[in-house]
Write a protein that binds this ligand. Structure first.
Ligand SMILES: Cc1cc2nc3c(=O)[nH]c(=O)nc-3n(C[C@H](O)[C@H](O)[C@H](O)COP(=O)(O)O)c2cc1C
Ligand code: SF4
Ligand code: FES
Length: 666
């Protein structure tokens, strides 16, 4: 539709008018579905209708990658170029599709019939390479070099394995109806319990959050339950944007009622009357499934007013993100529901007292909520027979990369990495394993030395590996880790929201250095510079994104220091291997050869110096708040890459100025 024709706009956004500012994201989605993009006239009309300042509407459009303020087609092909797809010729597929249509990545045809762009992880890593076609008619769907294509009407298959089928009991065979799932027997049991008994049961189960932060769920619920308020909320975090994570996609697509039942139990336990499922826009095929599940539950009297005659009322609204990894961070997610840019809030206060709309809120990951009906149905004691003492319960791992059978694996906590990889058929093509990325882009690398480590929170923590959101991405011996790191660097620079300086600048610098290294143009002191940037982001960033943006890079430095050497050229893999051998024979770590690093002595428990280990100099300066932060080396000038940070700090200011200028002209 012509962007100048505003006649249908009011009808499209009408359902969101009562929501006020909170209706901004749904209204922008509706407008974009009509026009393909949001012109200034459309944005201003939405601003007027929802009574949101125009500058704020423009700021929101700018913030989210999937809203466009320039002419863009309704038909967009997005090719994932993140790590797992990068291996499977994603760049080649993107270039091939672009060439066929005479476009460059990020461009739109003149007649607005097609836009093609690269995309961060689409949550389809087990099917890599992945392509998402938005707004296409089915006849135009193309199959490129074996890439999986998803669209609103084309759902990806679910590959589920492992010895347990508790959380995934109904997964792998299409979507489960309420009739098959059953009328929420765990929730019915919960209704016969006192809310505080439910909280106690969840506490006793030892359930900790599966979204990445591993916070004890019962304690979180207790905090919200004890806070007095006229209104409380349950939020299901289905943003699932951590590269390498796709378990929540499978749970929601195949068995949506399990999550809804988990939310109901949580709501009853804390006294909430409203819930949100915040789902990433990259999962369009799940939205009708969720809508249908909610409809089924309402019709069965399991959602809505006076549920099953208990006097308890609760209902759920679906909110769709718009392409922002940071909106998986709980407080950024609240801002997004409230119709704002996804800037994380400073904590405390915590969501249990000041969550969405400033009200007490429990936010849980999809997998966490799926554990809840299981705990209530079985009882915490029986639940604890699964897994280990400190990590009870079942766990879903997202196994992808160079394995024979990538997919979601449900296992008890405590299986070893070796056992998990054996379940997935081992390294594909009979090759050797080089490494495994744990926990996603914000994670760390393991090697074959970690094969017998138990997959529990405590065991992994003990060897410096994060369990995170359950990512296990395997790299075989032929993979160039420099390319992997370059893609991770690009991801964080693209996704940093720009609110705080260490992350805004640090992710940009990190991306530039990693790109240089991948191209074999390493500069003198790049390793030290990269370390300083990494430490600074880790120590001084405001939220978890910046605090973990360097984790994988810093872990790679410990494992493969040679790939960060300033050779001025790219080393062949055989040369790297030779260096490793030489270093192993001489007992001298390769790191000690790099300028700017000191060789220190390791001390044993008694404080005696025992062996030489490489240690980097870590200059420390104090900032006003008294917090220690490491000094950032002077880095070369930034290249201009369009990221959320640059978009939001610079462009929003420009936009605000524009709007102000326009106002004053009137
Ligand atoms: C940058 C960033 C992205 C995140 N993305 C997600 C996500 O996609 N899904 C999720 O459940 N938690 C995500 N989290 C963690 C949430 O902030 C929060 O801890 C979680 O939703 C709480 O649920 P849980 O206790 O059930 O894990 C993210 C955190 C950060 C810092
Ligand atoms: S750490 Fe990064 S993502 Fe988090 S608030 Fe700061 S700039 Fe934004
Ligand atoms: S879908 Fe491509 S890396 Fe996840």
């Amino acid at each position: 539709m012509d962007e100048h024709n505003l006649s249908f706009l009011q009808t499209a956004i009408e359902p969101y008018i009562p929501l006020g500012r909170s209706g901004l994201l749904p209204a922008l989605h509706a407008a974009q579905n009509l026009y393909g993009w949001v012109s200034e006239a459309v944005a201003n009309e939405i601003a007027k209708t929802l009574r949101v300042p125009p500058a704020d509407v423009h700021g929101v459009i700018e913030f989210y990658s999937l809203f466009y303020d320039k002419p863009t087609s309704r038909h967009v092909i997005r090719v994932c170029t993140d790590v797992a797809c990068g291996f499977k010729n994603a760049d080649g597929i993107l270039n091939h599709i672009c060439k066929r249509h005479g476009l460059k990545p990020g461009q739109t045809t003149e007649d607005l019939s097609l836009t093609i762009e690269p995309s961060p992880c689409l949550g389809l890593c087990e099917h890599a390479p992945a392509v998402w076609e938005a707004g296409s008619d089915q006849s135009s769907v193309i199959s490129e070099n074996g890439a999986i294509h998803v669209s609103l009407n084309r759902r990806p298959p679910s590959i589920v394995g492992g010895p347990l089928r508790l959380l995934t009991a109904n997964c792998g065979n299409g979507t489960t109806s309420l009739a098959k799932y059953g009328k929420y027997s765990a929730f019915t049991k919960a209704l016969g319990m006192k809310p505080e008994e439910i909280v106690d049961e969840i506490k006793a189960s030892g359930l900790v959050g599966r979204g990445g932060a591993a916070f004890p769920t019962g304690i979180k619920w207790e905090g919200a339950a004890k806070t007095q308020s006229d209104q409380k909320y349950i939020v299901c975090n289905a943003d699932e944007s951590e590269p390498g994570t796709f378990k929540d996609r499978v749970l929601l697509l195949d068995d949506p009622h399990r999550t809804v039942e988990g939310m109901l139990i949580a709501a009853y336990a804390i006294g909430a009357s409203k819930g949100y499922i915040y789902i990433r826009a990259e999962y369009p095929f799940i939205i009708p499934v969720l809508e249908n599940a909610l409809k089924e539950s309402r019709e069965a009297g399991l959602l809505g007013e006076n549920i099953l005659g208990s006097g308890f009322s609760f209902d759920i609204e679906i909110r769709v993100g718009a392409g922002a990894y940071i909106c998986g961070e709980e407080t950024a997610l609240f801002e997004s529901i409230e119709g704002k840019r996804g800037f994380p809030r400073i904590k405390p206060p915590f969501p249990t007292t000041h969550g969405v709309f400033g009200k007490p809120t429990v936010i849980n990951n999809v997998e966490t909520l799926c554990n809840v009906p299981l705990i209530i149905a079985k009882g915490s004691a029986e639940y604890r027979t699964i897994g280990t003492e400190k990590s009870p319960g079942p766990k879903l791992f997202c196994v992808s990369g160079d394995v024979a059978r990538a997919g979601v694996y449900e296992v008890p906590f405590g299986v070893t990495l070796r056992e998990l990889l054996e379940m997935a058929g081992g390294v594909a093509g009979g090759k050797q394993m080089q490494s495994v990325l744990f926990g996603g882009a914000a994670g760390a690398f393991a090697t074959s030395a970690h094969l017998d480590v138990k997959m529990t929170f405590e065991d992994l923590r003990g060897v410096g590996l994060p369990l995170g959101s359950g990512v296990v991405m395997v790299f075989d011996e032929t993979r160039d880790m420099r390319d992997v790191l370059k893609r991770l660097g690009h991801f964080f620079a693209h996704e940093s929201c720009g609110k705080c300086y260490p992350c805004q600048m640090g992710t940009q610098r990190q991306m530039e250095i990693l790109a240089r290294i991948a191209e074999g143009k390493t500069q003198k002191d790049d390793l030290v510079r990269l370390q300083d940037v990494g430490w600074t982001m880790t120590d001084a960033s405001l939220c978890g994104l910046g605090q973990t943006a360097a984790s994988a890079v810093l872990s790679a430095m410990k494992l493969w220091p040679e790939i960060f050497r300033d050779e001025g050229r790219r080393l062949a893999l055989s040369e790297v291997e030779a260096m490793k051998d030489e270093s192993a024979k001489s007992g001298k770590p390769a790191l000690s050869k790099v300028e700017g690093l000191k060789v220190g002595k390791k001390k044993d428990e008694s404080g005696k110096k025992v062996a030489k280990v490489a240690r980097a100099q870590k200059p420390v300066k104090r900032v006003a708040a008294g917090k220690k932060v490491s000094k950032v080396s002077k880095a070369p000038k930034a290249s201009k890459v369009k990221t959320k940070a640059t978009k939001n700090v610079t462009k929003t200011k420009v936009m605000k100025k524009k709007v102000v200028a326009k106002k004053s002209r009137k």
